[in-house]
Design a protein around this ligand. Structure first.
Ligand code: BGC
Length: 408
């Protein structure tokens, strides 16, 4: 006789945060003072793009999802899926449109936005830098300028002064290494440079910027929580001895290399997890069994491993982004299930995981790819007044958020 065992249940700690993540430039629309806006109008040469068939001409972010005006409707969706948190970003180029000049109207706007999320029972994580810069800052050399940490921390302090009372936590910088590699090593994003040394310099400036912002905020407001969001890829050796050495180096470079030096200037670590890369003969050797629309391989084991790798920092950890491009919503439900089980496993192994934010709430502007990759739990119909329609996976995610547990 075969015994049926009941599925394993992972119960999340009380107060665990369940939410979604967004970024200003990707959803707000008309972000006209930013360098990315300007760059969208210059177009990227075809040869630099990596998604054949979708590369040229680049779409412009234009009205995006009009969330600058429709944020209440967006937050209602969060309530609909039983969320108790949201990660959003404020746009530096709106708040400080000129060097050293802050715009009180835009500050009021963001106060309204944050309050409206709070009124719906959402704890608000505010990202201060999510890939876009004010034009004036770029014109001064952007993140290559050794004064960039100073400019950034001045803006960060202003945000703390204005939004700190209504914000759960601040995230200084989103994915600094992705920005440095895309823009300064691979040349695929603004400012399209290809220099190892420059990309290193930009990373170092980001480290300094995080530390300076942390220090100025904490000096004024001891209790405010300040962290940084790091994208981490899990590399796994499926080859020989030299692959093993290469994998060790890659795992180091995309995690501890950046986090270790700034660890004393972090109250928590935010993890964006999207990829696992198997390495054999020094090359990517991923199975081809489950791929998103962007051909990103889905591998929940990677999330568990990366979370476990963060345990040594003895800091609270949040999964601040995790999601997939899946326009037909074919894979998203299983993806969510498997990734959240991976979170449960990491918790069991002692990782101080405090929350999970799915990327993304709504379909949005996916940077150099334009609008075609659909990351939203909610579909945005670009032909019909940006109408928001929940996908089935949104209700599934909502049920997990409500239960606060998941069965394997
Ligand atoms: C970024 C998001 C982006 C997502 C999917 C992350 O790298 O923070 O802005 O949309 O991944 O590519």
């Amino acid at each position: 006789m075969t015994m049926r065992t009941s599925p394993k249940k992972y119960v999340f700690p009380e107060g665990f945060l369940w939410g979604t993540a967004t970024a200003a430039h990707q959803i707000e629309g008309n972000n006209t003072n930013s360098d990315w806006w300007e760059w969208e109008r210059t177009k990227i040469p075809r040869s630099l793009m990596s998604s054949p068939g979708h590369e040229y001409p680049l779409e412009e972010s234009s009205i995006a999802c009009d969330s600058y005006n429709r944020y209440e409707e967006d937050f209602d969706l969060c309530t609909k899926m039983n969320n108790n948190a949201i990660r959003m970003s404020v746009e530096w180029s709106r708040i400080e449109p000129k060097d050293g000049t802050f715009d009180p109207d835009q500050i009021d706007h963001y106060k309204k936005v944050i309050k409206s999320a709070k009124d719906r029972g959402l704890k608000v994580f505010v990202t201060l830098h999510h890939f876009t810069n004010p034009k004036w800052f770029s014109n001064l050399g952007g993140w290559e300028n050794s004064k960039s940490p100073y400019y950034f921390s001045r803006y960060a302090k202003k945000c703390a002064d204005e939004f700190g009372q209504i914000t759960e936590a601040f995230i200084t910088i989103n994915e600094p290494q992705v920005y440095a590699l895309q823009g300064f090593l691979k040349g695929e994003w603004y400012p399209c440079k290809r220099s190892f040394l420059l990309s290193l310099k930009v990373q170092l400036n980001f480290m300094r910027a995080n530390n300076m912002a942390y220090d100025v905020i904490k000096a004024a407001y001891k209790n405010y929580k300040v962290g940084l969001v790091k994208n981490i890829v899990w590399y796994k050796n499926v080859g020989g001895f030299t692959d093993m050495l290469w994998v060790k180096l890659l795992n180091f470079l995309n995690s501890d290399f950046f986090i270790w030096p700034i660890r004393k200037h972090l109250d928590f670590v935010g993890l964006n997890f999207y990829f696992t890369t198997y390495i054999k003969d020094w090359r990517t050797a991923n199975p081809d069994d489950r791929n998103s629309d962007l051909y990103w391989w889905i591998n929940p084991e990677g999330l568990e491993k990366v979370l476990f790798g963060l345990k040594k920092y003895n800091l609270p950890v949040y999964v601040t982004e995790n999601g997939l491009a899946d326009s037909k919503d074919r894979l998203r439900k299983d993806f969510i299930h498997d990734m959240i089980v991976a979170c449960g496993k990491a918790l069991e192994k002692g990782v101080d995981l405090k929350g999970y934010f799915h990327w993304s709430l709504i379909d949005n502007f996916e940077w150099a790819h334009g609008f075609w990759p659909r990351f939203g739990l909610v579909e945005v119909d670009r032909r019909h007044d940006l109408k928001r329609t929940p996908r089935p996976s949104m209700f599934y995610y909502g049920s997990i958020c409500k239960d606060n547990y998941i069965e394997e």
